[in-house]
Design a protein. Structure first.
Length: 445
């Protein structure tokens, strides 16, 4: 059976779920209903009047979306799964992945800034992604396809009858939709839906696929059962990894290089406040990730302890594996002493009152505190990236139990070549009996 990664569950605590559902209202109608493009103008046909295009293989577009309550870092994991599907498809046909714009994430609640239709280039380096699989932004898809139409939408779901005990088999079938469809027909018989906040986008056909298996199980359907030029897989988190932790997994993960402008901000902060530079820390980064292969244990990291304290919905459920702030600070102090470090960088989503308490308990802590302008510029996602980048360069890192935010830091440090002992650490809850530490997922080249 394909592993789904260290966190098998698809987390949805109640408050997240409720907020996620509240966000599902159908967008208001556009001023004028769009006309469907004549077939010749649809995706990939645009160049067909050019003589050379007659022989070029037809481009097909894969789009996807994820269950609204899922956060930034789980979505990064879904990208890895979809990338392996694209690799499988490309063995037979010329498929391109359309990057789903970011937005309306439950955690991205900073007031007064509009966080929808955010292109991937705000957080990731597009040329780096392209060295793994061909990707384009949604806006480019719109420009290329001559109209805001997605020809086929498959909504992925489980099986109504559930999983049968003891028998695991990979399967995929067209089935009636189990949940209420998040798409509705307009008066032209086109499907409207969320579509990442692009109100003018329409689907031409929508159907549901029950699926149990890894991402590439969809490949035969896309290659044989539909000839649509653009296909969207909604609820793509239902697909598992083709091979979690394998070479293909790591290639895709390595290609998810953070956008340069965010790395620059993080590096500048390290230099200024943490006496941390790549030369001294032995964390040289190659712009071309395919050229980067660091021997494990060679990275030293900056002279500070990196901490990720996931709070908010992680403490509202009174989880046993998450410490109190007092407990976390006690651990931080003992680590500082053991590692003979003086500085500690703290990344956290804690609310203001908790931050104030933390400042009292740990006055020397260093945090990246954005000005309003910086928040507007980088947005919640960019700040998460900056925090992760700084944690990834620490001499020693300790994170929060089963937080995908912490998991992504583990991977970043694995890529940089840190000794696993300095990476796969987490806080323990005060009442936790068996505080199991995170799994080491060794990088594969
Ligand atoms: N800047 C910053 N943001 C954080 C931090 N911890 C959590 N967040 C925010 O809260 C979100 C946490 O959710 P994610 O980890 O992305 O979401 P998820 O995939 O549901 O993952 P977990 O809930 O952590 O397993 C992030 O996307 C950030 O926006 C942090 O230390 N620094
Ligand atoms: C795909 O086509 C094959 C062959 O016609 C058919 O057996 C199968 O049920 C189809 N699968 C789906 C999911 O529609």
């Amino acid at each position: 059976m394909a592993a789904q990664g260290p966190r098998g569950r698809l987390a949805s605590s109640l408050p997240r779920l409720l907020l996620g559902l509240a966000a599902l209202a159908v967008p208001p109608p556009p001023a004028a209903a769009p006309e469907p493009p004549p077939a010749a103008l649809r995706a990939g046909h645009a160049a067909s009047s050019l003589p050379a295009a007659a022989t070029a293989p037809r481009t097909r577009y894969l789009l996807y979306d994820v269950n609204p309550p899922e956060g930034f870092n789980l979505r990064r994991d879904v990208y890895v799964r979809i990338a392996s599907l694209v690799k499988t498809l490309r063995k037979s046909e010329n498929w391109v992945l359309v990057l789903p714009p970011w937005g309306r994430l439950y955690h991205w609640q900073s007031p007064d800034i509009l966080q929808v239709r955010i292109p991937w280039s705000e957080f990731f380096d597009i040329p780096s992604l392209n060295r793994n699989i061909p990707v384009i932004e949604y806006e480019q898809f719109l420009a290329e396809s001559g109209g805001p139409f997605i020809e086929q939408i498959y909504v992925l779901q489980g099986y109504a009858e559930g999983w049968k005990e003891g028998t695991w088999e990979e399967k995929i079938n067209e089935r009636p939709c189990i949940d209420q469809l998040m798409y509705s027909k307009d008066k032209h018989e086109y499907y409207r839906g969320w579509f990442w906040g692009y109100e003018e986008t329409r689907g031409l056909t929508v159907s549901c696929l029950s699926v149990q298996g890894s991402a590439s199980i969809v490949a035969p359907i896309l290659l044989k059962n539909t000839s649509a030029q653009s296909v969207m897989l909604d609820r793509a988190e239902n697909l598992l990894h083709d091979h979690y932790g394998g070479k293909d997994y790591w290639n895709t993960r390595r290609s998810m290089v953070f956008a340069k402008h965010l790395r620059v901000v993080g590096d500048e902060f390290r230099r200024k406040y943490l006496q941390s530079t790549d030369e001294a820390d032995r964390t040289h980064y190659k712009e071309d990730w395919t050229q980067m292969k660091v021997k494990t244990g060679t990275a030293l990291g900056g002279p500070y302890l990196g901490v990720h304290l996931r709070r908010k919905d992680f403490i509202w459920g009174h989880r046993e594996d998450v410490p109190s702030l007092q407990g976390a600070v006690k651990k931080i102090r003992s680590l500082l002493e053991m590692l003979k470090l003086e500085k500690v960088f703290v990344a956290t989503d804690a609310v203001e009152e908790e931050i104030e308490l933390l400042k009292k308990l740990l006055p020397e802590m260093v945090r990246f505190e954005p000005s309003w302008e910086e928040l507007e510029l980088y947005k919640d996602g960019g700040l998460a990236v900056i925090d992760q980048w700084i944690c990834a360069h620490a001499r020693y890192f300790i994170g929060t139990s089963v937080s995908t935010f912490s998991f992504r830091i583990h991977e970043e440090r694995e890529i940089l070549g840190f000794d696993p002992k300095t990476t796969y650490n987490r806080f323990c809850g005060e009442t936790e009996k068996n505080c199991e530490q995170p799994t080491h997922w060794k990088i594969v080249y």
